[in-house]
Ligand binder design. Sequence first.
Ligand code: HEC
Length: 172
Amino acid sequence: MKRVVMITLVVGLFLAVSAHHGLAGSQVPFPEGWEKWTPVKTPLAKIGALPGCDADVSNLPPIYQETVATYCGVKPGGPGKVEVLVNPGALKAYKARNGGFPEGPNMVLHLKDMKVLFVIGHRNGKALYGVFTEDGKDITAAQGPLSQTTCINCHTGYRAFCVKGQCGKIIE
Ligand code: HEC
């Protein structure tokens, strides 16, 4: 009996600590109405898909190579079809590529074949990350490819490409 209480306490404590530190779970709310957001033509949107691990991506910039390396293994043949959607209220900021995003969810990388949304929003100008299924289930992981740490490392690690969380840009 004592042991059960002990385990319950330890598990409870762990959950409390995880929730507090945001180890798992999206930092940004689900992007309600994302289906009606504006598709933008970025380099990745133009390619149209994230390939599998055997694709030759050596001619792409390093950040795109790392993106393929990070996500090519999530499913045989790679994640597949993608599109980039921007909240109409954030379109001006997206075009300017200079931060200045409104509060709340602003950008979605839609993994169409996987029915998954990679979401970036902002709070007080700070970029926040999350992963959801199309119908709103928060699947942001504590670690690995679907964790905020992974998002943040790449989205802040390539200065020439990413500004305030935004890595894509409209190419025409
Ligand atoms: C290894 C690098 C890398 C990782 C990891 C990564 N991304 Fe990205 N992400 C990119 C690049 C590069 C683009 C721009 C591609 C384009 O549109 O041409 C991008 C685009 C996006 C966009 C579209 C808006 C934009 O232009 O930036 C969203 C939203 C997004 N990522 C969310 C996420 C989330 C959420 C995670 C973590 C679960 C994540 N990303 C992990 C590299 C990465």
